[in-house]
Write a protein that binds this ligand. Structure first.
Ligand code: ZN
Ligand code: FE
Length: 244
């Protein structure tokens, strides 16, 4: 079932994407991971919307720096309970299995430790949407700054089990770099090579390469496709060292 939520991509900083979720029924608007306030405020003003909530996936500044200014305009902030000390603007701490709502639409919280220890993602099962922050990227995954390969491999397994049609909204435009590593990780995977050509052309034309879908990632993401913790760990280490 296609969602009636309106999703808007706002480019911020050098390579961040901030996502607006607008529910035309309740007229509510949520902003996911506002790295900075100005472009977000401009995007909602242009549409005549008012932000009622901020949803944060993790504490990093390129996901939370816009919180204070948007909160001052009346928005409530929800994010990982485990990172409350590092997100001083937080109103509601969320844990695995908790949910947040926009109008009648429900987002379930999945804890995905690894990139940060408390990282969460927001899964809207009925709408088939996933806001994956810095856990799952198009053709990639987040660096392990506060977690283990085993944790992140577990996250990949969980997210890979979501329905193929789930639309994935990640927080960075890293796809070309990820794709250049992906063709090395999986040299015989035709889908990976084909997709790299597509995303390189998109970037050359100044277009965004996200959102993506779980089905596309299951076919072309070497981290989501890893079949063991060992293989995942090898790929993560290789990508960290990769300069493509
Ligand atoms: Zn981050
Ligand atoms: Fe980030």
């Amino acid at each position: 079932m296609a969602t009636d939520l309106e999703i808007v991509r706002v480019a911020a900083l050098s390579d961040n994407y901030v996502w607006l979720i607008h529910d035309p029924v309740s007229d509510e608007t949520v902003v996911v991971d506002p790295s900075e306030a100005a472009p977000v405020i401009a995007a909602v003003a242009q549409r005549g919307w008012t932000i009622s909530q901020i949803w944060n996936t993790h504490w990093h500044f390129d996901h939370t720096d816009g919180n204070a200014e948007i909160k001052a305009m009346g928005a409530k902030v929800s994010g990982p309970a485990a990172e409350a000390e590092r997100i001083p603007t937080l109103d509601t701490g969320l844990r695995e299995g908790d949910s947040v709502r926009i109008g009648k639409h429900v987002a379930s919280v999945i804890e995905t430790p690894g990139h940060t220890a408390g990282h969460i993602v927001f899964h809207m099962a009925e709408d088939a949407l996933l806001f994956s922050g810095d856990t799952l990227f198009a053709m990639g995954c987040g660096r392990l700054t506060e977690g283990s390969p085993a944790e992140m491999f577990g996250n990949m397994q969980r997210l890979a089990a979501l329905p193929d049609e789930t639309i994935v909204y990640c927080a960075h435009e890293y796809t070309v770099s990820n794709g250049r590593y992906a063709v090395i990780a999986e040299p015989d995977n035709r889908a990976v090579a084909d997709r790299l050509h597509v995303v390189e052309a998109q970037r050359a034309a100044g277009e965004a390469t996200v959102p993506t879908t779980i089905g596309t990632e299951r076919a072309t993401n070497p981290f989501l496709r890893a079949t063991s913790v060992e293989q995942f760990a090898d790929r993560r280490a290789a990508k960290d060292a990769f300069r493509g």
